[in-house]
Design a protein around this ligand. Structure first.
Ligand SMILES: Cc1cc2nc3c(=O)[nH]c(=O)nc-3n(C[C@H](O)[C@H](O)[C@H](O)COP(=O)(O)OP(=O)(O)OC[C@H]3O[C@@H](n4cnc5c(N)ncnc54)[C@H](O)[C@@H]3O)c2cc1C
Length: 407
């Protein structure tokens, strides 16, 4: 009987196990997780769970009896430290785990702030349930929170903290928030929206130092001379793929564990899924490292298919969502390299879709509170439709016409 060992019990790892059972794999499945909680949804950590609107148990994908029923062995608080390829086993502190197939689902870790006092007790990162529980302990007595980084994590936390009544400052090193992921138009929309809610956003912010006493930061000092009072500091400055273990056995890694479109690594019986990968996407004909739930879910099905001998491969259009206040941002496609941006809808009403074109064709959309229309664009992009920007820019264009053919 074949044995599949999955290192990591996040979205990608747990869903690989579920997919294997759905694909009628009847061998042994073992998930190893160095966290103390059953596999859980990470997105609420910067949203409802951070706002204390959600019980910890609600985060779990499945109740514990599900794993028993499906005969999936799950080992919590267990960290794999080494792998022996000759003997086909992985080593934790007190245990050895055999495998025929090994799946890396080790995720990513927050990029750490490289400065003095970054080890203060009131400086947080946001990746795990335990991070949020520690933040909760500090929120009660806090007035001022300083968020380092104006990406999704920073902005989602800003929205949660404003709702909890804190004074919020975002420090962004670039000249606009969300610079890495969206256009100036959409960045400006989010900048204005947060500012109206009371968030102070400082772009081009260069941090000079973190002022601390007894391991507690009380102010963040900028090179401009400005000092910002802080009871809590949270750094959301990106994530780094967890590839150390993969590196140690000679897997090909570069900004993630490299895989082909079947989620196979450079060693035949070893696969990799989720945030830890840089994987070949056949639809876009390029390697991508994506940090998103849809990517983790898609790759887990592909890895399972590869193990059971089916032929599923990665040709998914990347997509993502972010919730801030009552704004639902949904993004599909890759907008990098776009040469025109056309807005459909009304930015002032917070109901619009930014359509990105390259060489005359649509390559990506960012949608705010336009979920129905977004789904049409996502489907069209995912199916490889060549949508002309001239059509989209026509004042009579209706996204519904993409599939009804009425335009
Ligand atoms: C706060 C937050 C909000 C997010 N919001 C969104 C969102 O709104 N929409 C969206 O699409 N995506 C969102 N994401 C991203 C999404 O959660 C990730 O893309 C997804 O969790 C990736 O799943 P994964 O299984 O690859 O990695 P992870 O979920 O990181 O799981 C990897 C697991 O492996 C464990 N591990 C690592 N090494 C070992 C080892 N050696 N031994 C044992 N265990 C190990 C890790 O501790 C971790 O538990 C968010 C992420 C965060 C942190």
């Amino acid at each position: 009987m074949s044995k599949v060992l999955i290192i990591g019990g996040g979205h990608a790892g747990a869903n690989t196990a579920y997919a294997l059972r759905k694909d009628s794999f009847d061998g042994e499945i073992t998930i190893i997780s160095d966290e103390g909680h059953l596999p859980y949804h990470r997105p609420p950590l910067s949203k409802d769970f951070l706002k204390q609107n959600m019980a910890t148990e609600k985060l779990s994908f499945k109740p514990s009896n599900f794993y028993e029923e499906q005969n999936i062995s799950i080992n919590l608080n267990t960290r794999i430290n080494a792998i022996n390829l000759e003997l086909s086993h992985a080593k934790a502190k007190d245990n050895l785990f055999d495998f025929d197939y090994l799946v890396f689902a080790t995720g990513a870790s927050p990029r750490l702030l490289p400065m003095e006092n970054a080890d203060a007790k009131n400086l947080f990162y946001l990746r795990r349930i335990t991070d949020v529980l520690s933040i909760h302990e500090s929120i009660g007595s806090a007035k001022n929170i300083v968020l380092i980084g104006g990406g999704y994590i920073g902005l989602e936390v800003a929205s949660a903290m404003i709702e909890l009544g804190l004074n919020v400052t975002i420090l962004e090193a670039e000249d606009r928030i969300l610079q890495r992921v969206t256009s100036p138009e959409v960045s400006k929309f989010y900048n204005d929206f947060h500012s109206k809610k009371g968030v102070e956003i400082i772009c081009n912010a260069k941090i000079a130092s973190l002022n601390a006493e007894n391991k507690m930061i009380n102010a963040v000092l900028l090179e401009s001379g400005k000092s910002i009072a802080a009871d809590i500091v949270l750094a959301g400055i990106g994530a780094i793929p967890n590839t150390q273990l993969a590196d140690s056995i000679g897997l090909n890694c570069s900004n993630g564990i490299k895989t082909d479109k079947y989620c196979r690594t450079s060693i035949p019986n070893i696969l990799a899924v989720g945030d830890c990968t840089s994987s070949f996407n056949a639809l876009l004909n390029q390697e991508l490292r994506l940090e998103s739930v849809p990517n983790a879910l898609a790759q887990s099905k592909i890895a399972s298919s590869s193990i059971v001998g089916n032929e599923l491969f990665n040709n998914e259009m990347p997509w993502f969502w972010s919730d801030q206040y009552d704004l639902k941002l949904q993004m599909a496609g890759l907008s990098s390299g776009y040469d025109e941006c056309h807005i459909i809808g009304d930015i002032d009403l917070a109901e619009f879709i930014a359509c990105y074109g390259k060489n005359g064709y649509l390559i990506a959309v960012d949608s705010v509170n336009q979920s129905k229309q977004f789904m049409l664009f996502k489907k069209a992009l995912g199916n490889g439709f060549q949508l002309e920007m001239s059509l989209i820019k026509d004042k009579n264009f209706q996204p519904e016409s993409i599939f009804s053919g009425s335009n």
